[in-house]
Design a protein around this ligand. Structure first.
Ligand SMILES: Nc1ncnc2c1ncn2[C@@H]1O[C@H](COP(=O)(O)OP(=O)(O)O)[C@@H](O)[C@H]1O
Ligand SMILES: [Mg+2]
Length: 222
């Protein structure tokens, strides 16, 4: 499976979710690579640290790419069962070309109004990509927004519901499962880890497992 993680905002959890998706897919024992198409190189550095510090953990290869990533991804698909692409936080050539080849697009977002507004343009990009894909008889790109860094407070649920309605009105689907703001996501990334490595925070483990299981399943994501 080719999974693209992208949005037009920085600091919303793209690299975090890309790393977790790569490890989750690597745990299925198919060769997995995390492609870093973000000039900030967060994912590449994370994967390099993982190779160095966690040789026993589920293996994730890594590579950096820029510009039109389609030919590079097509050639990686010959040797990797799973490819996760961290596309960074801009409307880039990498993001647009990635949309032409990926099976899934995960769009992390906070529920704040300003963050939601940037999704309007992402929705247009998905629509355009899907028109082109349909014209070349390719299956559609399944895109889902995932709310990240939410709060585990009962009164936050109404904010999430309102945000979901806003995003759906823009024509984008939203994952049923949000990801809560937890220090363990930040802490676990030290030296190339994730919440799937070791068992430091069972709540974060279960939450990320549920989110990714839904987003990466063969059928439509929930
Ligand atoms: N659910 C979360 N809870 C707590 N911290 C998070 C969460 N998701 C991401 N972070 C932290 O927020 C920061 C930005 O995340 P990152 O994945 O680098 O964002 P992006 O790639 O979109 O710029 C990082 O320090 C990361 O560890
Ligand atoms: Mg990043």
């Amino acid at each position: 499976m080719i999974v693209l993680v992208g949005s037009e905002k920085g600091g919303v959890g793209k690299s975090t979710i890309a790393a977790h998706a790569a490890v989750r897919l690597a745990m299925t024992n198919k060769p997995t690579i995390l492609v870093d198409a973000d000039p900030q190189s967060t994912s590449w550095s994370w994967a390099e640290a993982r190779k160095r510090h966690q040789p026993e953990a589920a293996k994730v290869d890594s590579q950096q790419m820029t510009g039109d990533i389609r030919p590079g991804i097509e050639s990686l698909a010959a040797s990797y069962g799973h490819i996760v692409i961290d596309c960074g936080g801009a409307d880039s050539v990498a993001l647009r070309s990635g949309m032409m080849i990926a099976h899934r697009l995960i769009i992390p977002s906070k529920v704040a109004r300003r963050d939601l507004e940037t999704l309007r343009h992402v929705s247009t990009l998905v629509l355009t990509a899907n028109e082109k894909r349909e014209a070349s008889e390719q299956s559609p790109l399944l895109a889902r927004v995932v709310f990240n860094m939410t709060r585990a407070l009962p009164n936050f649920w109404s904010r999430i519901d309102a945000a979901r309605a806003t995003v759906e009105s823009m024509g984008l689907g939203v994952s049923k499962y949000p990801i809560v703001d937890r220090v363990s996501y930040d802490d676990s990334q030290y030296q190339g880890g994730t919440v799937f490595d070791g068992n430091h925070d069972p709540k974060a483990f279960e939450e990320m497992e549920r989110v990714l299981k839904s987003l990466l399943r063969k059928e439509q994501p929930e």
